[in-house]
Design a binder for this molecule. Structure first.
Ligand SMILES: Nc1ncnc2c1ncn2[C@@H]1O[C@H](COP(=O)(O)OP(=O)(O)O)[C@@H](O)[C@H]1O
Ligand SMILES: [Mg+2]
Length: 424
């Protein structure tokens, strides 16, 4: 069958690498893709939110499945668009419809969902411009630090952790009165601060049954030792040592099963990935947030550990027989080191020639922000490439991924040398 994969990051490179290995895959198209995805299929210059152009392409190229990488097309309703079109409605879209995508698209919606289904999460209240005064007085009774979250999609920048009451008051007013985060901040969730270690859990569901994919830990801060500004992610590892059987059973019983059952009870159709961002608080899991797609750079560590045919699993999602499919996960450990552009996550350099990919010894190279310029690979984004090594143990995975990252070069290249070392 012909597959269209939407997106252009390291996540989509890992998907393309895996899907292209499936015997069920005839032609893989990646829209728009990057300089690396062309190795696994054909890049096509389509915008992921241009549904009409995607429609034309899908019909012309006999695409039989659409796999959606990023959240934006899902929140904007690409799955609903397909279902509403008589010529497209038989073509499965991997990713939820608009309603289910609200689990990521609106933090207030997801908190209400968790509350309704008794899923452990931080205590919270939501406020709008009309209830700003109430919000300000609520803050004055709140324990410190205070977590403020813009309700809508804010590109990973809409969450503020305020150490003082004054800062929280100023920020709440800036969000609600001065539209600090635009429309995304028209509603603000104020929540309790959870102290613990974070973990990303990934679930694939056809709306009835589910499979738990390998879990991962990601490294968000730009600087070594988890310092400096937040980024889209500087690296990841899978599995995560503290996510042992006992902890994962708690995650399954308290979070995953109530989430799948909650979707059914609420009659929210859901076919796709659920990314559960968790905090391990003294051995108990609490949900920080849901995302309705895979994480980046977690996917680059998670996918290489899946031994089964991913496309076969996705066909199980589409045909609602996921329960009959097998998911085999490797015991090996994956570590991913992200190469980023000089200046990132601030203003960064682009258009720099990349060399040294052939020197990589024992890692997979997943392109992210790259493009081909007359056959030459050039940097084109903040996060340039994800280097993943799959080895028998964490130490070797980290050593190899970090050493191989150092074998690739471009002007301004930067990466963290300590990904995964906190877990040794
Ligand atoms: N209640 C909380 N307690 C402690 N830290 C939090 C809490 N909520 C969010 N965070 C921190 O802020 C980060 C971003 O929050 P999240 O809800 O994941 O929003 P987004 O990914 O949409 O920016 C989390 O990864 C976590 O580190
Ligand atoms: Mg998050």
């Amino acid at each position: 069958m012909n597959i269209l994969l939407l997106g252009s990051g390291g996540r989509e490179s890992a998907f393309a690498w895996k899907i292209s290995q499936s015997p069920h895959c005839s032609h893989l198209f990646i829209a728009p893709g990057n300089a690396g995805t062309g190795e696994f299929g054909k890049n096509v210059p389509l915008k992921v939110t241009d549904f009409d152009a995607i429609r034309t392409f899908v019909l012309k190229n006999s695409v039989k499945m659409v796999v959606v990488g990023p959240e934006e097309p899902l929140v904007k309703g690409i799955h609903d668009y397909f279902l509403a079109d008589p010529q497209l409605q038989q073509i499965p879209v991997i990713g939820p419809q608009k309603e289910g995508a609200q689990l990521e698209g609106s933090k207030d919606y997801s908190k209400q969902f968790m509350q309704r289904h008794s899923i452990p999460t931080a205590a919270y209240r939501s406020f709008t411009r009309d209830s700003l005064q109430e919000g300000l007085s609520y803050l004055s009774t709140h324990s410190l630090p205070i977590v403020l979250k813009a309700d809508g999609l804010a590109g990973g920048k809409g969450v503020l952790i305020c150490p003082t009451l004054e800062e929280a008051q100023t920020e709440l007013a800036a969000m609600l009165n001065d539209s600090k985060f635009g429309e995304a901040g028209n509603t603000v969730v104020i929540e309790q601060f959870l102290e613990g270690i974070e973990l990303s859990v990934f679930v694939l569901t056809d709306g009835h049954s589910y499979k738990v994919l390998p879990e991962a830990k990601d490294y968000k801060r730009v600087g070594e030792g988890d310092t400096g500004l937040n980024t889209g992610g500087m690296g990841s590892v899978s599995p995560v040592p503290f996510a042992d059987e006992d902890f994962m059973l708690k995650v399954q019983d308290r979070i995953i099963i109530p989430t799948i059952e909650g979707l059914k009870k609420d009659e929210i159709p859901y076919k796709g990935f659920i990314f559960i961002g968790l905090m391990n608080v003294g051995g108990n899991p609490f949900v920080i947030e849901y995302n309705v797609r895979m994480g980046d750079p977690e996917t680059e560590s998670v996918i290489p550990r899946i031994e089964s045919d991913l496309l076969d699993l996705l066909m199980g999602v589409a045909q609602e027989n996921l329960i009959e499919k097998q998911l085999v996960i490797s015991d090996k450990v994956a570590a991913t080191v992200m190469l980023v552009a000089g200046g990132y996550p601030g203003k960064y350099l682009t258009g720099r020639g990349v060399t040294g990919m052939d020197n990589v010894r024992d890692s997979l190279v997943f392109h992210a922000g790259t493009e081909l310029d007359n056959g030459v690979v050039k940097t084109a984004g903040g996060r340039v490439m994800a280097i993943t090594s799959l080895q028998d143990n964490l130490f070797d995975a980290v050593q190899n991924a970090t050493a191989d990252a150092g074998r690739i070069y471009y002007d301004g290249r930067y990466y963290r040398h300590d990904i995964g070392t906190d877990l040794f």
